[in-house]
Design a protein around this ligand. Structure first.
Ligand code: BES
Ligand code: MN
Ligand code: ZN
Length: 506
């Protein structure tokens, strides 16, 4: 999907397959829509009246070959009460428009949203949301379908304006396009079944990603190397499966050589059966999505590699399966993590924290400027926050604020949760330094507190995406979250970076 901005002097002369115009629920078209209506001899308002079109969010009217206009179609897009049009409503309206466009068969569309920009949303924000949603609308899962639906025809979306678009608006459209491409990669990896998307497949995809972008470098550590590194916690999770585990390291070098990287660590459980602490059967298929943290790391690096900001990023993916067998780890087993901490595995289904504690310890060798892990870690987080917000845990106030802001800016939102020492007592064990579960109370918090023990010296944050990474029900599928949050966070860091020292690469 190509998303561009265009300065349109005469909207009536805008030649495109479809011109999208916002309509408020007052029934009165905004200034620009009114001018276009006059150019068409009142065709737009006549049609709105005859169809009793009220301009509600989630509704639209499609006109073919409107007289007096160069556009082949006009889509009148309900936008409700402009004063109440928050980002949630804006996104709903835009999503509806993109669906109507895909159904209409239009190959390109010009969105002329100037009438909305005056109502609280700046052009920059409108362009970013349009680009993100247009990019998302081009994704279809087809990999294992014998007769997939025809590919979406809409290939070009223009953010048009009667004002000359500012540099920030142009950048927002480009960022949205790149982030959507990264999110679509994350969605595809998430949606692939676990018999295809194995740890080896994730490693191959990471290598392929590095092959597409010269600024990316990929290294994959096998189990032999993990044993040498004494990653006893990670290896205990993969003990029950025949599928070899992989630790993937993907480096983006856009900053000065010695500049500390921002490090992302993704949970890549390609299937989580629970292990010997076997999960109940209902909805167990959804545990193929237990690698969505890993997918978001790869997707974010895709977006970053496309946008080439001046900073260094390292993506680390701990990938393995969690299956029961005669070689699987038992409840009660004690293992030793790479950090030297012994862990009593009271529940083999609390495996995410086991692979992450070793990956997070390994990450410290990169001396991160910030360290962020992303994981579908706990069902308890879904209970606490549902599917709208990712759970954010952080041991650094500034980092927490930056991540929350990045989530707000992209509408890929997170909500802060506590990480108090008080919760640590729930993780006490009689047989090891720490237990891997903390009882039924505050499950997402004790999981985060477990990880916190391995990142004490770091500026660290943890995103629990168990509720946000995929949709259930009829629309079952990966969402690509939180690629937008992460990419935006990283892009902001490049903006705020101090000037690289003399002699640094640029
Ligand atoms: N991958 C799951 C968490 C999960 C469950 C995400 C359901 C989304 C939906 C994780 O590995 C897990 O099994 N967590 C356990 C932890 C418990 C044993 C302390 C959970 O949440 O039940
Ligand atoms: Mn589990
Ligand atoms: Zn899991």
């Amino acid at each position: 999907m190509e998303i561009t901005t265009r300065h349109v002097k005469d909207a009536a002369a805008e030649r495109c397959a479809c011109l999208v115009l916002p309509v408020a629920d007052s029934g009165k078209p905004g200034a620009l829509t009114a001018a276009i209506d006059r150019a068409s001899g009142g065709a737009l308002t006549r049609r709105m009246r005859s169809e009793h079109f009220k301009g509600a969010v989630g509704k639209s009217l499609l006109l073919h070959e409107p007289q007096g206009l160069a556009a082949a179609r006009v889509l009148l897009l309900g936008c409700g009460d402009p004063r109440k049009l928050d980002t949630t409503a804006l996104r709903k309206a835009l999503q509806h428009a993109l669906g109507a466009l895909q159904a209409s068969g239009a190959t390109d569309a010009s969105f002329l949203l100037d009438d909305l920009a005056t109502a609280g949303h700046g052009h920059e924000q409108l362009a970013l949301q349009l680009a993100l949603l247009a990019g998302a609308s081009s994704y279809r899962y087809t990999h294992t379908l014998s007769r997939p639906e025809p590919a979406p025809r809409l290939g070009k979306v223009v953010f048009a304006s009667t004002q000359k678009p500012s540099a920030r608006t142009v950048r927002a459209a480009a960022e949205g396009q790149a982030i959507a491409a990264g999110a679509n990669l994350a969605r595809e990896l998430g949606n692939l079944p676990a018999n295809i998307c194995t740890p080896g497949h994730l490693a191959a995809q990471a290598r392929a990603l590095a092959g597409r972008h010269p600024q990316l470098h990929c290294r994959v550590l096998d189990e032999k190397k993990m044993k040498e590194l004494r990653m006893g916690a990670l290896l205990s999770v993969t003990a029950g499966t025949r599928e070899p585990a992989k630790l993937i390291v993907l480096e983006y070098r856009g900053g000065a050589r010695r500049e500390r990287p921002h490090v992302l660590v993704g949970k890549g459980i390609t299937f989580d059966s629970g292990g010997i602490s076997l999960k109940p059967g209902a909805a167990m298929d959804e545990m193929k999505f237990d690698m969505c943290g890993a997918a978001s790391v790869l997707g974010t690096l895709e977006a970053i590699a496309r946008l080439q900001p001046r900073l260094n990023v390292v993506g680390i993916v701990a990938a393995c399966e969690n299956l029961p067998s005669g070689t699987a780890t038992r409840p009660g087993d004690v293992v030793k993590s790479m950090a030297g901490t012994t862990i009593e595995i009271l529940n083999t289904d609390a495996e995410g924290r086991l692979i992450l504690c070793d990956a997070l310890h390994y990450a410290q060798r990169f001396q991160p400027a910030s360290l962020i892990d992303i994981a579908t870690l706990t069902g308890a987080c879904v209970v606490a926050l549902g599917k709208h917000a990712s759970g954010l845990f952080a041991n650094d106030e500034e980092l927490a604020a930056q991540l929350l802001a990045a989530g707000e800016a992209t509408h890929d939102r997170a909500w802060r949760m506590p990480l108090w020492e008080d919760y640590q007592e729930q993780l006490k064990s009689n047989f090891a330094d720490v237990a891997n579960v903390g009882g039924p109370a505050a499950g997402s918090v004790t999981a985060a507190c477990f990880l916190a023990r391995f990142t004490r010296e770091q500026r660290w944050a943890h995103l629990d995406i168990a509720g946000t990474a995929w949709e259930q029900g009829a629309a079952k599928g990966a969402t690509g979250r939180p690629v937008a949050l992460l990419a935006r966070y990283l892009l902001e860091r490049a903006g705020s970076a101090k000037k690289p020292p003399a002699g640094a690469r640029g």
